[in-house]
Design a protein around this ligand. Structure first.
Ligand code: ZN
Length: 397
């Protein structure tokens, strides 16, 4: 895990892309900002380049890089952040020193605050700083909760999560047991919890087998207790589920099913929302009304921008095609859709996205926007009706 954190921090601190990273794009695109440093000019993605070409590019860009005082501010902020967050200083310090040396002979101001550093620089530099700091925060979040994604069945995602200090391990919505058991063995993790978001078989099908094999406890919605196989702990709106040294806040989010819940790990910036909110979509209304679903989504929409959305299915590309029929003029949606096509063509996952991205591009979170109301020919004053119309249109899409 520490290797993972330091690798991410190292990637974030690599001086590639400086002067080329646009702040909005960096925050918008793909993985939470900073995990991949993207060189937007020519749409080059370093993660996709072979090692040789990446090295060339790195050298070329590094030669053009001059940030100076900003790096001093970054180093100070970074070290302070690392100390406060308990990140391994042994990994952080060498890169901080490299940055420091690279910033000579820039003038060294007496003091810097984060706000000054973020506020005073020109946009491109600010983007780099934000990107780097996001990566450090991301590494800190992964320090709170390690997350592994297991694709199963046709398009389901099962998640394994581990709180590293006490070793609590949960599987979220295990549709099937064997791939989960195999991944647990591979990681050397011992399952302590099953977290179910709702009763559908493709989210609970592995409950009995995993519980029998490990003796873990099953956590699920109080409102649907009788339909969750092997349920031990019932939770609902406002509950906090302790998980090692962290905890999950539970939200009731009915609509897809009447008892659907979501788990929000605030410290880890992670939301497990099953089939309520998808990347660029939302679940079908099998047991709920449009008003219930709109209220559920509105609840989730209030979570911070950096919240990563770990949803139950890889539906993003089809969702993007539909979303474009609603908001063809939404520039962020158009850009995101192109990025999704690129990722899928390369066989990559599009989940998790972030709440910031979803709020800006997911039509089902935007039923109170005039552009979305216009698309379905309704006044913007009634978001429930707009949401219902968009959902109905998607059902036939
Ligand atoms: Zn479902």
């Amino acid at each position: 895990m520490l290797d993972d954190v330091s690798r991410r921090a190292r990637l974030a601190l690599d001086p590639v892309g400086i002067d080329r990273v646009d702040v909005d794009e960096a925050l918008l695109l793909g993985e939470p900002a900073g995990l991949e440093v993207r060189v937007l000019e020519g749409a080059v993605d370093l993660a996709d380049l072979g090692a040789g070409r990446a090295e060339d590019l790195r050298d070329r860009l590094a030669a053009e890089t001059r940030i100076g005082a900003l790096d001093v501010a970054l180093v100070v902020t970074l070290l302070a952040y690392a100390i406060v967050s308990g990140l391994p200083l042994g990994d952080t310090l060498p890169f901080a020193l490299v940055l420091l040396v690279a910033s000579v002979p820039a003038a060294l101001p007496a003091t810097f605050t984060l706000a000054q550093a973020l506020g005073a620089q020109e946009p491109a530099h600010r983007g780099v700083l934000v990107t780097r700091l996001s990566a450090i925060e991301e590494a800190a979040a992964m320090d709170v909760l390690e997350i592994r994604q297991i694709p199963v069945l046709q398009d389901n995602y099962v998640y394994l999560i581990r709180e590293p200090r006490q070793g609590a391990v949960a599987v979220v919505d295990p549709s099937v047991a064997p791939p989960v058991a195999a991944m647990l063995r591979e990681l050397g993790w011992t399952l302590t919890h099953i977290l179910n978001t709702h009763h559908h078989w493709d989210h609970t099908g592995g409950n009995f087998a995993l519980k029998a094999a490990t003796g873990c406890v099953v956590v699920g919605p109080r409102a649907d207790a009788e339909r969750i196989p092997g349920l031990d702990i019932e939770v609902g709106e406002g509950d906090f589920l302790p998980f090692g040294e962290t905890q999950a806040q539970v939200f009731d989010v009915p609509g897809h099913t009447r008892g659907h819940i979501a788990y929000w790990f605030a410290d880890a910036h992670a939301l497990f929302c099953g089939d309520t909110l998808f990347s660029l979509g939302c679940g079908r209304l099998f047991e709920g009304t449009p008003r219930q679903m709109w209220e559920s989504l509105s609840k989730l929409r209030r979570l911070p921008d950096e919240t990563r959305i770990y949803c139950g299915h890889e539906y993003t590309q089809a969702n993007a095609r539909f979303a474009l029929t609603v908001e063809a003029d939404n520039a962020r949606l158009v850009a995101r859709s192109a990025e999704i096509d690129r990722l899928r063509a390369a066989g990559k996952r599009t989940v998790p996205s972030t709440m910031g991205e979803e709020r800006a591009t997911n039509p089902f979170l935007r039923a109170d926007q005039p552009s979305v109301a216009r698309a379905v020919g309704l006044p913007p004053s009634d978001p429930v009706a707009v949401f219902a119309a968009v959902r109905a249109r998607k059902d036939k899409f």
